[in-house]
Design a protein around this ligand. Structure first.
Ligand SMILES: *[C@@H]1O[C@H](CO)[C@@H](O)[C@H](O)[C@H]1NC(C)=O
Ligand SMILES: *[C@@H]1O[C@H](CO)[C@@H](O)[C@H](O)[C@H]1NC(C)=O
Ligand SMILES: *[C@@H]1O[C@H](CO)[C@@H](O)[C@H](O)[C@H]1NC(C)=O
Ligand SMILES: *[C@@H]1O[C@H](CO)[C@@H](O)[C@H](O)[C@H]1NC(C)=O
Ligand SMILES: *[C@@H]1O[C@H](CO)[C@@H](O)[C@H](O)[C@H]1NC(C)=O
Ligand SMILES: *[C@@H]1O[C@H](CO)[C@@H](O)[C@H](O)[C@H]1NC(C)=O
Ligand SMILES: *[C@@H]1O[C@H](CO)[C@@H](O)[C@H](O)[C@H]1NC(C)=O
Ligand SMILES: *[C@@H]1O[C@H](CO)[C@@H](O)[C@H](O)[C@H]1NC(C)=O
Ligand SMILES: *[C@@H]1O[C@H](CO)[C@@H](O)[C@H](O)[C@H]1NC(C)=O
Ligand SMILES: *[C@@H]1O[C@H](CO)[C@@H](O)[C@H](O)[C@H]1NC(C)=O
Ligand SMILES: *[C@@H]1O[C@H](CO)[C@@H](O)[C@H](O)[C@H]1NC(C)=O
Length: 809
């Protein structure tokens, strides 16, 4: 009772103290709080903490060292202003040295070592090479500090005697240094005695005798939390640089709503500035999309890691709205985590989860949160903070063998250098391209104000605005045959009775100029029976207009569902698939570098009067008859429902992304329903998900378009399904090439038509004869610069198009 009162009054004292200081939110009063400003005679304040200069250190800290060398610098290259005083001085150790601290409370303590190298007399601190150990644990081993930002190494040790010694040992012929040093009590609740493992799940790991090192302490929401804003003076770094899938993330910040409740997670576990910010799945994404938000961390292989997840539902308006999965590498850390359940329905109440990863050979640790398939609610997932804590190994080491470190850092340095060169290269190309675009645009505008002859292009492919106005009855709304992000598509008739489709860009369209150029470049270089042909363009008076051959029967989509068009037969459908596969195959293989369409979908496959399929829309409008609701303007290019998950997550674009989208089209063709149909029960909303599920159960007949009933031969269906399924393989490498898809579809057609099909393997896939050799329209020359025109064209193509494989990934 007495003790309780004592604790309480002490608590109140500190609370008042904290309130007096206003800025300070220290509620935990560490029993041991040794802070040293090494190498300096004077104190340094960091927030409300005072790091003692040597003249203020009393007998509770004893330093034993062969020579006392205090180093200082006047350099003001130190990036962190709030603690920069700490990093202007350092103690240099030329021989084995030790600090001995009096410890008033046994238990876990943080040992934080601060390093920021500078040059002092003939000591270049970047060259220091040393080890640090304590309690028989090797904390640093042949360590060298060469970063140009202050580095804080944080260890957590269970001290069980009244004296604690920290031993600093320079490597042979070298020396050691320290800018600042902390030995501070840790609240008992912070580190549990044991943690459950997840790989495999079921067992647990005892932490009591382990030394720990914090290797990453990350605040989600991409916001730094500096030690002054943390209840235990911890530094939290932003998560942006660890996120691989920037397209998927949304950063949130609303620290005021965090509600710590009695008996729950405390501010010591993590402060409001951590729980009040989060990274969540972007809610602009298609809600039926199954995705993960993933962070990647470089770790030393061969160690166990304690991973602590911090969650706080700062997005829901009422409880029970959020459920998601949590993963480390490919293990479940928590399946179907329902935050409102684990926090007893208290909204915005912090919650943390500890799991232990066993040793692995990988030097990468990935952490994901992802939508849970069982969520009966709007799917989302979030993470507020993350700590990755290394456990000492069986030999008491917390640091890796320096030799293996050396070889690894070489690889890394090479990689970084490579990336840097790549980035510079890309920037150079972009810059020159921008310059050229600007110049070209000016130039073409001057050129274009000429005398144009109505109806017939003056020089090949450039049309006058007057001719286009005439062909479309001055852009008569009744002639609109398609609407999309880029603008409207009109049916037009030129004076020579030629029917055309005229795509007119919004002058305020953001996609604008680049995509306009891309489409002209692409279509003028790639002529093929199964690609919609470009007839010309017009860029008069800031208009961006493209003229295509008119495709009488409209989009494939409009023949599958949602219109009055008569249903297509199975054979017609197969032929259409084969035609479009040919077009795509040609794009992928018809020139030295693969061209990736990036927006393959049934609304971009057009049919002529004979139902021959042609692929359209090379990064421009959505030429469907509908306003495509599934298209979302995030940085991801393409249409939801069709997007390659690998591209979405890794942003690595290959031909196989088109193959994936084409696989989606194949299912659409088979089932005659939209790829995303929000009106259906949740499990059926996403066609691909639903079809894959049924296919696994062998019940795929259930979703075949009823109009096809009894038309499809089993062999043909099986071949088709097998092909579609392969296209949808999770990993691009496992997907077939477009050529293989084509071959299989042709086979499926033969299986449908013949009693006993025989396949001659050479007329097969490639159908080179069908793909007419590359032809460049003379028009491209017309708007290129007079000299070196061709070279310019090549670089233009390279740059514009994220379409081209291998350049701008
Ligand atoms: C340094 O700080 C300590 C603790 O706050 C204080 O007792 C001491 O007087 C200070 N020393 C100087 C030189 O200001
Ligand atoms: C030394 O100073 C610390 C504060 O830095 C104080 O807590 C401790 O009681 C002092 N010890 C002695 C022996 O004076
Ligand atoms: C470093 O310390 C010495 C001795 O205290 C002092 O004379 C000198 O001015 C200091 N230099 C800088 C750059 O602070
Ligand atoms: C610390 O250093 C002193 C002097 O070098 C030595 O006598 C002592 O044993 C050392 N203490 C530890 C724990 O290493
Ligand atoms: C100190 O060492 C680093 C790392 O080797 C080097 O980059 C730097 O130029 C050196 N500084 C001086 C002043 O020698
Ligand atoms: C360190 O290891 C030695 C030998 O194994 C042992 O005698 C000593 O007690 C250990 N020291 C600590 C602080 O655990
Ligand atoms: C520290 O170690 C002692 C003795 O090994 C143990 O009893 C105690 O529970 C440990 N404390 C923590 C916080 O792990
Ligand atoms: C601490 O956090 C608050 C709000 O989270 C912010 O306004 C303040 O600037 C932060 N202070 C520091 C020193 O970062
Ligand atoms: C995170 O923040 C940094 C600096 O504020 C910024 O450069 C970076 O682009 C952000 N990361 C993301 C993924 O937005
Ligand atoms: C925090 O939660 C408690 C218990 O659920 C509730 O009574 C209180 O109003 C909440 N406070 C805030 C600021 O939301
Ligand atoms: C999310 O990540 C886990 C673990 O890597 C993986 O098993 C799962 O398939 C992923 N989910 C999606 C939709 O990518």
């Amino acid at each position: 009772m007495v003790i309780m009162c004592f604790l309480k009054s002490k608590f109140h004292f500190w609370l008042l103290f904290a309130l007096c200081l206003i800025k300070c939110s220290l509620e935990f009063d560490p029993d041991d709080n040794h802070l040293i400003n090494c190498g300096s005679p004077t104190n340094a304040s960091v927030g409300n903490r005072v790091f003692l200069g040597h003249s203020s250190v009393n007998s509770s800290i004893v330093l034993s060292t062969p020579h006392t060398i205090w180093a200082n610098t006047s350099s003001n290259s130190i990036p962190f202003s709030f603690s920069s005083d700490l990093y202007k001085t350092a103690q240099i150790f030329t021989g084995s040295s030790n600090y001995t601290f009096s410890v008033s409370k046994h238990g876990r303590h943080w040992v934080r070592l601060h390093f920021f190298p500078f040059v002092y007399q003939n000591y270049n601190l970047s060259h220091a090479h040393f080890s640090v150990s304590a309690l028989n644990f090797t904390l640093l081993r042949n360590f060298q500090s060469q970063e140009d930002i202050p580095v804080i190494k944080e260890f957590c040790l269970n001290i069980t005697s009244d004296k604690f010694a920290l031993i600093i040992t320079p490597s042979s012929k070298s020396f050691a240094f320290l800018n600042a040093l902390e030995v501070v009590s840790v609240p008992d609740e912070l580190i549990p005695d044991s943690v459950k493992t997840i790989d495999p799940p079921g067992s647990s790991e005892n932490l009591v005798h382990q030394a720990l090192e914090t290797v990453f302490r990350v605040n989600m929401g991409n916001v730094t939390v500096d030690p002054r804003n943390d209840t235990l003076s911890r530094q939290w770094i932003p998560d942006g640089s660890f996120l691989r899938s920037h397209n998927l993330v949304q950063f949130l910040s609303q620290p005021r709503t965090v509600n710590y409740t009695e008996g729950g997670t405390t501010k010591e576990i993590a402060p409001p500035s951590v729980y009040g910010t989060a990274s969540k799945l972007n809610s602009e994404l298609d809600p039926t999309l199954n995705v993960n938000l993933t962070w990647y961390f470089d770790v030393d292989p061969g160690f166990k890691y304690l991973v602590r997840f911090h969650f706080c539902d700062i997005i829901s308006k009422s409880s029970g709205q959020l459920m998601f999965n949590v993963y480390i590498n490919s293990w479940y850390a928590y399946k179907h985590l329902d935050l409102s359940r684990v926090t007893s329905n208290k909204l915005a109440s912090p919650y943390y989860l500890d799991v232990l990863m066993r040793e692995s050979h990988s030097n990468m640790l990935s952490v994901s949160v992802g939508t849970s398939s069982d969520a009966s609610v709007y799917p989302n997932a979030l993470l507020n903070g993350l700590e990755i804590i290394k456990l000492s190994n069986s030999r008491g080491f917390l640091d890796v063998d320096p030799e293996s470190l050396k070889s690894r850092s070489k690889v890394k340095a090479g990689l970084i250098a490579g990336i840097a060169v790549g980035v510079v290269f890309v920037i150079l190309i972009l810059a020159s391209a921008f310059f050229l675009v600007v110049r070209r645009r000016k130039r073409t505008q001057c050129d274009v104000y000429g005398n144009k002859v109505d109806g017939t292009p003056e020089s090949g492919y450039q049309f006058s605005l007057a001719a286009i106005r005439k062909a479309t009855d001055n852009f008569n709304e009744s002639l609109v045959i398609g609407v999309g992000g880029f603008g409207k598509v009109y049916k037009g008739v030129f004076e020579d009775n030629r029917e055309v489709a005229i795509k007119r860009g919004n002058s305020d369209s953001q996609q604008g100029l680049n995509e306009f150029r891309t489409e002209i470049e692409m279509l003028s270089h790639f002529r093929h029976r199964h690609l919609v042909a470009l007839i010309g363009y017009c860029d008069e008076q800031n208009e961006m207009i493209l003229i295509y051959e008119y495709m009488e029967k409209g989009t494939l989509k409009s023949h599958l569902y949602g219109s009055d068009n008569p249903s297509l037969s199975w054979k017609q459908r197969l032929e259409i698939c084969i035609g479009s596969a040919r077009g795509l195959h040609y794009l992928h293989t018809g020139s030295a570098k693969a061209v990736i369409h990036r927006d393959v979908k049934s609304a971009n496959i057009l049919l002529d009067e004979n139902l021959m399929a042609k692929v359209a829309d090379f990064g421009l409008s959505k030429a469907g008859p509908d306003i495509d609701k599934t298209h979302v303007t995030t940085a991801v290019k393409g249409s939801f429902g069709y997007l390659d998950p690998e591209y979405l997550i890794r942003q690595q674009l290959t031909e196989k992304s088109d193959v994936y989208s084409f696989g989606v089209v194949l299912f659409e063709v088979l089932c005659g329903r939209p790829v995303i149909d929000p009106s259906l029960p949740r499990e059926m909303v996403n066609l691909v998900e639903w079809a894959t599920k049924l296919q696994k159960k062998g019940e795929v007949e259930k979703i075949i378009d009823p109009n096809l009933a009894d038309q499809i031969k089993v062999e043909s269906l099986n071949k088709f399904l097998e092909t579609a399924e392969k296209c949808l393989a999770e990993c691009g490498l496992d997907r077939p090439t477009m050529g293989e898809v084509l071959w299989n579809l042709e086979y499926a057609l033969q299986l449908q038509e013949d009693e006993a099909p025989s396949i001659e393997s050479d007329d097969v896939s490639l159908q080179i004869d069908d793909a007419r050799p590359l032809q460049t329209l003379p028009s491209t020359r017309q708007y290129s610069l007079e000299s070196a025109g061709d070279i310019v064209d090549i670089s233009m193509n390279t740059v514009f198009s994220q379409m081209r494989n291998g350049n701008l990934k």
